[in-house]
Design a protein around this ligand. Sequence first.
Ligand code: SF4
Ligand code: SF4
Ligand code: FES
Length: 480
Amino acid sequence: MPEIFIDGHPVQAEPGQSVLQVALANGFYIPYFCWHPALSVAGNCRICCVQVEGRSWAEISCNLPVTEGMRILTDSDVVREQRRATLQFITLNHPVDCGICDKAGECTLQDYHYAYNGRPSISLEPKVRADKFHALSGRILLDNERCILCSRCVRFTREKSKSHALGIKRRGDESLLRAAEDHALDTDWYSDNIIDICPVGALLSRSFLYKARVWYLQPVPSVCPGCARGCAVDLWVRKPQWRLKSLAAKQNTSIMRVTPHGTPGIDGPWICNKGRDLARIFERPRALQALRKGQPVEYGVAVVAARKLVADAKRAVALVSNWGSNEQLTAFRDRLGTRFTVYIKHDHMPQSGEPVEDDFLIRADKNPNTAGAVALFGARSDRAAEFPADTDLVLVWGEGCDFTRLPRGVKIVFLNAYLQPENGHADVFLPVTIQMERPGHYTNGDGVVQAFVAAVAPPPGVADAATLFAALAASEVIPA
Ligand code: SF4
Ligand code: SF4
Ligand code: FES
């Protein structure tokens, strides 16, 4: 293993590593724009320069392989002057419209400017104007004036999503990032990752545009339930101390955006666009009223009625949700499992137009916890279920049940979080929480167990399914 010296400190390097990789791995600070740990090296932004002792010039560290005994300076006068000049060049035609830029607060160009330049432009020429709000796709807008032509987004579409949807055309100060004419970015199911990796505010999410300043938001660690990959994500919601008083209360509990949590080994720094759109899943109209034969009743009354149905049943079948957490599934098994013949229900199936599976992240099972349910109940899927002939009660937990397939005349207890017509057809309907309102764990399709935490408080009138299972098995009623 080569030993090199960074700012006088000896560090061990792996053969083939660049100076930038070794420096970052050992806690030394070197700025970078175009380099990304999961993409190829482009070496075009020049901000990552360092000085090799004994040389009078600075050179880029992201494309400088380590050699035995190499001595590197990361913050010499030569380096600082080179970085200052580079930032003057990069901001030559930059609009500096940070006040209205969604990247403000997360922008490395802002950070590096104040660290290494901090001066107004020395150029006497007017700035070259370029397109603002150029529509790259139905999901992404491009501000060409902010683009520093680092090519990260281009490399992502070539090396990761393989859509080849982006390129840079023309030369010099006329250079423009553009979508390829024959490869639409709209058909790239991973396109929104380029918004994350753009080091400046050039790539803008239409769904997040001007919605919130990032410093008013907090990331809540969660797990995408969109498929069995179970990508680790952050749900961004407003910080409690920055709740809005004058707008609709929903603004304070909405998911403003979803980004990858960056867990090594699961999905790394990437997620698909379905994961970005979790608000469309979680923020559907909620069921907030307990029902008995379609009529509103107090929650406790509904629980008593459901408990009596369970107690009176001679042959009870349960269709358990593979959107239930490991904790909820375990609660069902421990409290009610012996009273029911259990089948695992697939709450969600692939939707029309949705990719079923690919060789990157997306998995065919569109549910987060089939593996967790199988571990507890075996691989008995409701899709192959033959209900016992004498079935007289079915407990349906979650979405995705075709009620027309249930045996005629059976009693139905239904636990669901969203408004749907079937709620009113059940003998007893009990509204329950959704994932972002409670903590828990899912087991993904590869057997990896991951935790999620509550992002918001549950609305009044709903209960955690695990609490309900205890209530249905107990002699005392536990109120919602
Ligand atoms: S849009 Fe962003 S990621 Fe793409 S080249 Fe420009 S600065 Fe780089
Ligand atoms: S690949 Fe699956 S788990 Fe990952 S973000 Fe997409 S839908 Fe969610
Ligand atoms: S990070 Fe090295 S040249 Fe851009």
